[in-house]
Design a protein around this ligand. Structure first.
Ligand SMILES: [Zn+2]
Length: 216
């Protein structure tokens, strides 16, 4: 009888110890992995006078798979949503609330402010090219410019140039790293910029900010 109880007890202790070891190992792995994801990435609060709100999507979800990567490009998009009120805040809400869709990107810019949805050094699904080696998803920070009818696109254009310049500087890239969605797949995005022939103007404006120091 005593022997039986002892055996049961020691089995329980072994199982408990094993569970604790597994829990510690898993936690350590998660912390290490997560540290790896978040180091060398920036969470700006202000870029050349424009407020940036960090409102991250939950990690390890279809929209934010948490895949770490190197940053090679800044990929410019437009939301294509001309509805009144379809500003950066509304797109942040949209990303956080709509399920069953995997489309995602890093920043949304409107005429007043910027929302940051996914850390810059993680993959997001904005370029339509899967995880191809030199693709936009795998290597690019996706920036969406709002085109809402009640917004001022000229200001959005300037704010996006400011954010692009800031990110290029942070990650040691040049204006050559500025890409458009259309560089990766056959899609006319960013539509307004392309249709009005303003691609070079955008790059020139980024260069102007690149030569300035961002305010503290
Ligand atoms: Zn696009």
């Amino acid at each position: 009888m005593y022997v039986l109880i002892d055996k049961k007890k020691s089995r329980g202790i072994i199982i408990a110890a094993a569970l604790i070891i597994i829990a510690v190992a898993v936690t350590a792995c998660i912390l290490l992995f997560h540290e790896g994801v978040s180091e060398n990435t920036v969470f700006p609060e202000n870029v050349y006078g424009v407020s940036v709100h960090t409102r991250l999507l939950p990690v390890w979800t279809p929209k934010r798979p948490g895949i770490p990567r190197k940053i090679k490009y800044i990929v410019i998009h437009e939301t294509g949503n001309r509805n009144n009120g379809a500003d950066a805040s509304a797109h942040s809400d949209y990303l956080r609330s709509v399920n069953g869709e995997t489309a995602s990107w890093h920043y949304t810019v409107d005429d007043k402010e910027i929302y940051h949805h996914i850390p810059d050094n993680e993959v997001a699904w904005h370029a339509g090219d899967g995880l191809s080696r030199n693709g936009g998803n795998r290597n690019g920070i996706g920036i969406e410019l709002c085109v809402n009818s009640d917004g001022d696109f000229e200001k959005t254009f300037i704010n996006a140039a400011k954010l692009t310049a800031y990110l290029l500087k942070q990650y040691g890239l040049t204006v050559k790293a500025i890409k458009q969605h259309a560089d990766f797949i056959d899609k006319n995005c960013p539509e307004t910029i392309r249709n009005t022939g303003r691609t070079e103007e955008f790059i020139s404006l980024v260069s102007v900010y690149l030569n300035e120091s961002p305010p503290e």
